[in-house]
Unconditional design. Sequence first.
Length: 92
Amino acid sequence: MSYGQVAEIISAVSGKTVTYHPISEMELIQDVRAGGMPESAAQYLAQLESLVRKGLMAAITDDIREVTGRAPVSFKEFAQRSADIWRVRKAA
């Protein structure tokens, strides 16, 4: 699943347009370093991001079931169950 697909799903369940704006690994490193993240952590995060973009972190495992005892759900199902989190709230 791509970040763009995640944004589309959140948009659908929230009623608010969510747009994914891709940035390069170098931009990611610069941004998180500017936010105070240590260089080694920034480099590690960029490496993880690279693996995600290449689809190398998309393996489906049974880890959720093993850890929680519950069946895993798709991101779409998770988003639908959690829709209230992303819905626009009007100020009181």
